[in-house]
Design a binder for this molecule. Structure first.
Ligand SMILES: Cc1ncc(COP(=O)(O)O)c(C=O)c1O
Length: 426
């Protein structure tokens, strides 16, 4: 490539990520006008959030209340992502050989800033599954090593531990998280009671995906560390939904999340944080002898993969920061409380999510005494065009539907849902 066109190309790539959220979505004015308003106050301002919704390509076919699986990328992020795909495609291997790694490093740095860790402690993965499995399969297990996990943890992770039990003879100890704890200590005690001299690792969700229950990670980590037990946090739903930094979590050893859930990246992006002193204890899944044992990049030999997604992370971070995590968290909690407070004591309706606002944010789970979860989800969709997901797990003691609004959800949509639920409960 001639030097001039190479410069032009690099400039055009950089240009895609240089816009502010306001320029993208015409939100400058809205954001500036509301800069002085406290997040909790703004959370109730439907007019403000209608303008944010306008930046998302929300379907008009049905009411989307299953944003926990993955959520919409905002239109400006999507536009930018498509441009990345086109531009990278036009120069293909040239991009891969010149820009790929620097761009990924920049995305990594921006994510590390969001999480409040060093760039040398975080890698970009495809998702939480890959991140957590990198840890679970990367530790050196001995027969008899014990791991603590919960019935309410994510199935794929429980399966991965079952695989280690078959392969290495580790012992998996299951606890059950109290659904409506009176205090943090009640939760911490349940985990602590399962610790034995052989316990090596404790896996815990930052937010339980089926109920939305936020767990006291800092207290659990501090307790586990007092016993010499490492802590691996499944933060699939917490990163970019809750306002926290890694330093708020008591020095947990490993933390993983998916960016397509709450950061609004295109599908297939995640993070793995490994505390600096824990990196050397992990074996990579994919060999890479270019890096020292304590260099986190040894865990990130992905091979050739969709690099436009790595680049779009920067667009998603900019959009997310333009709105602001405090505002986002406050609005999400407001939306959840908007519907749960209305039906909490309604006859025939059972909430499977704690009442304490500090223990929940966007996600909640509700069941009907007389209708099985699968039938409820089906009827809500066929009769009311409301999309949710059924959770029917006797082991986890959760029978209901998971309901997950996002910042583009309107209170009018929630009113439709509330009325539907009341009608079905009757
Ligand atoms: C708690 C929890 N952990 C892990 C995952 C896996 O996420 P992903 O499929 O993005 O890897 C999920 C997905 O919903 C989840 O809810």
């Amino acid at each position: 490539m001639a030097e001039l066109s190479k410069r032009q190309f690099l400039k055009s790539l950089a240009g895609v990520t240089a816009l502010s959220v306001g320029q993208w979505a015409g939100l400058d004015e809205t954001l500036a006008q509301s800069a002085h308003i406290a997040p909790a106050t703004l959370a109730t301002d439907d007019d403000f959030w209608a303008k944010i919704r306008a930046a998302y390509p929300v379907t008009s076919e049905f009411i989307q209340l299953e944003n926990g699986y993955y959520s919409l990328a905002a239109q400006p992020v999507l536009d930018s992502y498509l441009k990345h795909i086109q531009q990278i495609n036009s120069v293909s291997s040239y991009y891969m050989r010149t820009r790929q790694f620097d761009d990924k490093r920049e995305s990594q740095t921006q994510l590390a800033n969001l999480l409040g860790c060093s760039t040398d402690e975080l890698i970009i993965t495809r998702n939480t599954t890959e991140s957590l499995d990198t840890v679970i399969a990367g530790l050196t297990w001995k027969a008899g090593d014990e791991v603590i996990m919960a019935q309410q943890d994510y199935g794929a992770m429980l399966d991965m531990f079952k695989l280690q039990a078959r392969r290495h003879g580790i012992v998996n100890r299951m606890i059950s998280i109290p659904a409506h704890p009176k205090s943090d200590d009640e939760v911490v005690r349940v985990y602590e009671n399962a610790i034995t001299p052989k316990t090596r690792l404790l896996m815990v969700c930052h937010m339980v995906n089926i109920t939305g229950h936020i767990l006291p990670i800092r207290k659990i980590t501090e307790m586990a560390h007092r016993h010499g037990v490492e802590v691996m946090v499944d933060g699939a739903h917490a990163f970019a939904q809750l306002n926290f930094k890694i330093s708020d979590l008591g020095g947990c050893d490993y933390y993983a999340s998916s960016l397509h859930k709450w950061l609004g990246t295109p599908l297939g992006a995640g993070i793995l944080y490994v505390r600096k002193d824990k990196i050397k204890g992990l074996w990579p899944l994919f060999a890479d002898s270019n890096f020292a044992d304590d260099d986190i990049r040894k865990l990130n030999h992905t091979g050739t993969h969709p690099v436009a997604t790595d680049l779009a992370i920067q667009d998603a971070v900019r959009f997310h920061e333009g709105i602001g995590i405090e505002r986002k968290e406050a609005r999400l909690r407001y939306l959840q409380r908007y519907w749960t407070d209305t039906i909490r004591h309604h006859p025939g309706i059972v909430l499977n999510t704690p009442e304490d606002p500090a223990r929940t944010c966007a996600i909640a789970n509700v069941g009907l005494e007389k209708i099985a979860p699968a039938d409820l989800a089906k009827t809500l969709f066929s009769r009311y065009k409301i999309f949710t997901v059924a959770i029917d797990s006797p082991a986890a003691n959760v029978r209901g539907i998971r309901v997950t609004p996002h910042i583009y959800t309107t209170t009018a949509e929630l009113d439709t849902f509330i009325n539907a639920l009341k009608a079905l409960a009757a």
